[in-house]
Design a protein around this ligand. Structure first.
Ligand SMILES: O=CC(=O)O
Length: 313
């Protein structure tokens, strides 16, 4: 397979890069000095693109690669890939589901605890020496709080299972009620937000779910409510979230994702009821290796005319 051109769109993971390099003719887009010359020289030989949560194959890229057969994403979310264009052109698409579910759900619970129990703030309290002058303020209990989940897919279910272990009643919103769950269903996000204390965004980003967290939802969640976003930044109308937090209309937020990563609204930096992570939901050594193996496995299967491991398109 050494002659097959594979285009990696940005640096993602050294192991993945090394294994792709060993098997294919790997092009690293971020090292290309001049895009137009690169495309002139190599676009015909590129048969696969490897992207991730921040860089995917959009219509423009797809149109410049006449030999493209497969886009294999080092992510579960594929919102950066033009799926319709891929379908239209018969380009296969794969992602990395399942292997990252546990890590992302773990992180959602970590964010809930970090916000409610003020873990980051109390860590800073110890390090700055403030403890010597007095005890840390009281925080908020997690056990027993109602957790609302937007999107009861693989990750949403894993969050629910974990929250159940904290004796939390679980409710959810999804496009359709799930017949095989005991969790309470609300047919709108506003109703869900009005009936839970912690609202977790765990659905894929699509045109329907863009800004699913808007002012009305934030107001329904209210000054005691906490928003946790482990989905995608554009699920949230970010300026509305920032003003609700600054004005105290929302109780707190735990965010792993943002509308314009890696830009994070600086107004959030001074708020102690907010915990900010740099999009690390699946960011463990173990999981990133499993994701890399899936990307490689899908490419190998494709070029050996075998069934794809995790086909999306
Ligand atoms: O955000 C990460 C992913 O989609 O895997």
């Amino acid at each position: 397979m050494e002659s097959i051109g594979v285009l990696m769109l940005c640096p993602m993971n050294p192991y993945l890069e090394q294994e792709l390099q060993r098997r294919f003719n790997l092009f690293r887009l971020w090292t290309v000095p001049q895009m137009s010359q690169f495309l002139k020289d190599h676009s015909a030989s590129i048969r696969a693109v490897v992207g991730n949560a921040s860089a995917g194959a959009d219509a423009e890229l797809i149109n410049t690669l006449p030999g493209l057969e497969i886009v294999s994403s080092f992510s579960v979310g594929v919102d950066k890939i033009d799926l319709d264009k891929c379908k239209e052109k018969g380009i296969r698409v794969t992602n990395t589901p399942d292997v990252l579910t546990e890590d992302v759900a773990d992180l959602a619970i970590g964010l809930i605890l970090a916000v409610l129990r003020r873990l980051c703030e109390s860590d800073r309290y110890v390090r700055s020496g403030k403890w010597k002058k007095g005890d840390f303020r009281l925080s908020t209990k997690f056990t027993g709080k109602t957790v609302g989940i937007i999107g009861l897919g693989r990750i949403g279910m894993a969050v629910a299972k974990r929250a159940e272990a904290f004796s939390c009643p679980i409710c959810y919103y999804s496009r359709r009620e799930k017949p095989d769950t005991k969790y309470t269903y609300y047919p709108s996000v506003v109703e869900l937000a009005g009936n839970c204390q912690i609202l977790v965004v765990a659905c894929p980003l699509t045109e329907e779910t863009r800004h699913i967290i808007n002012r009305e939802v934030i107001d329904a969640l209210g000054p005691k409510g906490v928003l946790i976003n482990i989905g995608r930044g554009p699920h949230v109308d970010e300026p509305e979230l920032v003003s609700a937090l600054v004005e105290g209309r929302l109780g707190g937020a735990g965010l792993d994702v943002y509308e314009n990563e890696p830009q994070v609204p600086e107004e959030l930096f001074g708020l102690e009821n907010v915990v900010l992570l740099p999009h690390v939901g699946s960011g463990t050594v173990e999981t990133r290796m499993a994701m890399a193996d899936l990307v490689i496995g899908n490419l190998e299967a494709h070029f050996l005319n075998k069934p794809l491991l995790t086909p999306l398109v």
